[in-house]
Design a protein around this ligand. Sequence first.
Ligand code: ATP
Ligand code: MG
Length: 363
Amino acid sequence: MANPSLLILPGDGIGPEVMAEVRRAIDWFGAKRGLVFDVSEDLVGGCAYDAHGTPLTDETMAKAQEVDAVLLGAVGGPKYDKLDFSVKPERGLLRLRKEMDLFSNLRPAQCFDALADFSSLKREVVAGLDIMIIRELTSGVYFGEPRGIHKEGNERVGINTQRYTESEIARVARSAFELARKRSNKVCSMEKANVMESGILWRDVVQEVHDAEYPDVELSHMYADAGAMQLTRWPKQFDVIVTDNLFGDLLSDLAAMLTGSLGMLPSASLGLPMANGRPKALYEPVHGSAPDIAGQGKANPIACILSFAMALRYSFDEGANADLLEGAVQTVLADGVRTADLMGPDGGTPVSTTEMGDAILAA
Ligand code: ATP
Ligand code: MG
């Protein structure tokens, strides 16, 4: 059987720096665990614009459609701020998401014990936290028509439309139930069925998919505002949360900050299964290109490394190897190894990006 294939798109700013540490982890799995990937690397974002005049070439797009998973670093930077919208670095990422139809955005909020004091909440509330927020990514109010600003009489009116079809809701619900079966078998669906028609449909369809296909999974429903409150009050009551594009944007940022630093947070965006049964998939850290620290060897590679761990788990069914990599991250944090973004006010000496990579591979 052919090796699983990975397309690596390091991108701009700290993207190439953090991705270099992922490449070392990939090589480690090949050498030590016999888990060999066919890796190709290409340009996305500002660097692709510099080389080709576009943030994503058709060739790179075609490659992304063929591989088993795409790993992306970060795109953008001040150098590209004045570019026309059609060729901005971010457009490269948006095109990947759109053409791969990545409708299910997985954002874990996992609290590493050694960092529990970095949370905005008390240690006992967040220690051991491990939840997953699934945000619908390709529909809802961000895309619904009609939209725009027009004149009504003497004043301007701004309009957006929240629109969901049954099939759009059903497919993201399925992705939540599938994931729940690999975790604690528990899903909470969040909407505003008390005030929104799309919320009523959302609740109905999630329940129907559950009853017909996933009766073994424990399902609950919550209004999204109550969900926000519960997430800050006692987040450990949740395992998988599934919600729409707008609520998912808010709730996943909120959940992220329960856990501490931006340099720690991975994400996955999944689409429909391909012919080989694997979902279309793109993995990337939640953070951006961090131009303020790019090129200085200061960036924390953990978010990108944990994104690769998600790829092991969700694209390649390598749960044990994903555990191994996540466990190594736990170990180095428990040992007190810290990049600058993880230093408290009374400090110590931070390690560099490469030294963090060294420590994780050693662990
Ligand atoms: P984007 O618009 O691409 O989301 P952003 O402006 O929201 O980017 P980031 O690029 O994510 O922001 O950076 C926000 C802050 O977090 C910056 O000060 C940056 O240095 C810091 N930061 C982000 N990622 C990391 C990382 N991996 N390691 C250390 N610091 C980071
Ligand atoms: Mg941002």
